[in-house]
Write a protein that binds this ligand. Structure first.
Ligand code: 5AD
Ligand code: SF4
Length: 455
């Protein structure tokens, strides 16, 4: 189909949204849209949104204000613009978005992306606004077009050395702070056959590293080719057999689903990278119970001991929330203690944000903003020092680096170590998409720098 229209896609939130945006872009490409980075040039604007914390939602509404101005400006030039809100805010707030932001033509929940071209046409023809936030029975992955072998034109798809692959979606764990079970629905695992096919297509277009995504990815329980239910470990071992796949990663995991075979895969499977993002959320058993995490701080440390016994150099990353309702100074001290015990290679930390419809939002003992802010500052200082120390410990080592993109300086490439650290090195652009040994010469808080080892 000839390219006739331009689409501007902006992605908020987690990697799963990045994956979804890619799938939407590819689908729109087969309906004649090419991607643009200039919003003023776009016939179609897609905001793929995140609902996890209030700030993320506010950002969407402030962006919609800008989109309204762009649309008005284009209209003055005789150009029409369609505006789509997709993702988790769409799923959670549906019609409210249309009411608050009349600039939006189509609101589409994350389970209905396969219907986007059809809904765009309908809105264009009828001139009406559409809200589609059901959880349809038909399975969206089966109805989206196959991944394109040639990479797209967007900033992510052209750097295809590393790609995301959603293997599992939704969550049945119902942590009391979290909107995910409501926005992404019940846990669903894609079949092994479907994932093997998609991986083969990604590899054919040059992808070397695949990060398997799921809200509760280690709860993966997809149908195997033998008709049996396969675990994540089994899926990983199968994907590792595919020629051209050099590295596998997965995120995000729940401590309660770290099965024995997955831990064993970290010991045995060479292509599974020594990096684990395993959110713990709090170090206080009282708060962990109130969060419905169903494990204690000690359970988490014991689990880490087992994982580190299987893969001693594994780099651990976690998520932590400060200021969950009822969190006292003592609870927070327990979180700091646990973080010292974990020794994180990297981590994400957040102030608790009450989310409408979640049990914790209704609790009375909400923690004042100023207390949350002070705790976050203290926690982040500790986490930053751990990350800096971990990075420094890599200086002098030679690490295999997958080069993903050009650096800011001429002649420089940027890639990732096995431990997911960013690594800068002087390198010819032919090395993009390849895994090359790099001797690490310097380390900062957020990245490493090195020189390509003489072979
Ligand atoms: N407030 C703050 N942080 C949250 N997270 C999830 N829900 C909330 C919330 N209501 C954090 C958790 C989760 C990460 C993706 O976002 O730490 O692991
Ligand atoms: Fe949210 Fe993760 Fe808990 Fe699911 S397991 S409810 S995604 S924090």
């Amino acid at each position: 189909m000839p390219v006739t229209k331009k689409v501007f896609v902006k992605t908020f939130g987690c990697q799963m949204n990045v994956y979804d945006s890619e799938r939407m872009s590819e689908q729109l490409a087969s309906h004649g849209y090419s991607e643009t980075q200039e919003i003023e040039a776009a016939d179609l604007v897609v905001l793929n949104t995140c609902h996890i914390r209030e700030k993320a939602v506010e950002k969407v509404y402030s962006d919609l204000g800008k989109v309204r101005d762009v649309k008005a400006g284009r209209l003055a030039r005789g150009l029409s613009t369609q505006v789509v809100v997709a993702g988790c805010v769409a799923q959670a707030e549906g019609a409210e978005i249309s009411a608050r932001a009349p600039v939006v033509d189509v609101v589409i929940g994350s389970q209905s992306y396969h219907r986007l071209p059809e809904l765009l046409a309908k809105s264009r023809n009828d001139g009406g606004r559409i809200v589609e936030t059901r959880f349809p029975d038909e399975e969206k992955f089966a109805l989206l077009p196959d991944r394109r072998i040639e990479a797209g034109t967007g900033p992510r798809t052209s750097a295809a050395a590393s790609a995301f692959l959603t293997v599992q979606e939704g969550c049945d764990k119902f942590c009391t702070f979290c909107v995910v079970p409501y926005t992404r629905g019940a846990e669903y695992s894609r079949s092994v056959a479907e994932l093997v096919a998609e991986t083969e297509r990604l590899v054919a277009r040059g992808t070397r590293e695949i990060t398997l995504l799921g809200q509760n990815v280690n709860g993966y329980h997809g149908e195997g080719p033998d008709g049996a239910v396969w675990s994540l470990a089994r899926l990983i071992r199968r994907l590792a057999e595919i020629e051209g796949v050099e590295r596998l990663r997965y995120m995000t995991s729940h401590p309660r689903d770290m099965a024995d075979d997955l831990i064993a895969a970290h010991r045995d499977e060479r292509k599974l990278m020594p990096f684990l993002h395993l959110p713990v959320q709090s170090g206080s058993d009282r708060i962990l119970a109130a969060m419905n995490r169903k494990h204690t701080a000690q359970d988490y440390l014991t689990l880490l001991d087992r994982i580190r016994a299987a893969r001693p150099d594994i780099a651990v990353s976690t998520d932590i929330i400060v200021g969950f309702p009822g969190e006292t100074d003592k609870d927070f001290a327990a979180t700091l203690d646990l973080v010292r015990g974990i020794d994180c290679a990297q981590a994400y930390s957040f102030k608790y944000s009450p989310r409408p419809g979640t049990p914790a939002a209704k609790l009375e003992a909400q923690v004042p903003e100023s207390v949350k802010a002070a705790r976050l500052t203290e926690l982040q200082a500790l986490l930053d020092s751990q990350q800096t120390r971990f990075n420094a410990s890599c200086v002098g080592r030679t690490l295999p680096v997958l080069f993903e993109r050009k650096g800011r300086h001429e002649g420089q490439l940027v890639g990732r170590s096995p431990y997911l650290q960013l690594v800068h090195a002087e390198a010819r652009s032919e090395l993009l998409g390849r895994i090359i040994p790099v001797e690490i010469a310097a380390a900062g808080q957020n990245s490493l720098a090195g020189v390509i080892s003489a072979a």
